[in-house]
Ligand binder design. Structure first.
Ligand code: 13P
Length: 250
């Protein structure tokens, strides 16, 4: 079964609404909707409505959600709120959220379930620290994160999600994983899904590599059999570099 490639920017805590509007208006005229990949961006909550309004071909992702629908959770944003705005995707478990905001695998599992119930595609991030990589613990860490973050989902649900393998040592460092390492780790993610949820889920789930992806290295990642796309931080912030990435994957 052919998996449709999927390339997302992750703006993190960047861009005002006016800048988000300019970005979408800069990128959209270069897309026809006939591309062989899905392209999208994760934006701050404050930009989501501007993004949805200006998105014709681009997909829009929130960068976080709360697993509960409503209540006394000051500062949080629920899945129904994201659904009402019209974002079709939501990043969960990014290493920055795991590190700075104590997001756990159990949170990810609850968020993924709630998003899937709402018809929103979770983009689940996993990945090891530099110390874990150096200690040869990548497989152990990634398998445990996947098992914990996908707990309670059905095989059919897992087939619908996107997994982003993002080694923490490669995020924002310019030190991207070489293509063999990225391929091996994305394959590890797929093999783990196969072990836990079976062949159909493993064949359907789309797996991205993330960590210092740039216009110059995107094509070599996309050529790897288990890499279905990329999650891109810094290089997704400028229209020109995002268009270069799109052009390199067309
Ligand atoms: P960079 O592309 O800036 O390394 O960020 C990767 C990332 O964290 C995407 O979620």
């Amino acid at each position: 079964m052919a998996r449709k490639p999927v390339i997302f920017g992750n703006w993190k805590m960047n861009k005002l609404r006016s800048e988000a509007e300019a970005f979408f208006q800069g990128v959209e005229p270069h897309l026809t909707g006939e591309e062989k990949a899905d392209y999208g961006v994760g934006t701050p909550f404050t930009c989501l409505d501007v993004a949805v309004k200006n998105a014709k071909v681009l997909k829009v992702a929130a960068e976080n959600c709360n697993e509960k629908d409503s209540g006394a959770y000051t500062g949080e944003v629920s899945v129904p709120m994201i659904q009402e705005i019209g974002a079709g995707y939501c990043i969960i478990g990014h290493s920055e959220r795991r590190t700075y905001y104590a997001e756990t695998d159990a949170h990810c599992a609850a968020k993924a379930k709630r998003l899937l119930d709402a018809g929103i595609v979770p983009i689940l991030c996993v990945g090891e620290t530099e110390a874990e990589y150096d200690a040869g613990k990548t497989a152990e860490v990634v398998k445990a994160e996947l098992a914990g973050s996908l707990a309670g989902l059905t095989a059919e649900e897992v087939g619908k999600i996107i997994i982003a393998y993002e080694p923490i040592w490669a995020i924002g460092t310019g030190k991207s994983a070489d293509k063999q390492t990225a391929q091996d780790c994305c394959k590890l993610c797929r093999d783990t899904v196969r072990d836990l949820f079976g062949e159909d889920a493993a064949e359907a789930v789309r797996i991205q590599y993330g960590g210092s992806v740039k216009p110059i290295n995107i094509a070599e990642y996309m050529a790897c059999p288990d890499i279905d796309g990329a999650l891109i931080g810094g290089a997704s912030l400028k229209v020109d570099s995002f268009l270069e990435i799109i052009n390199a994957t067309k």
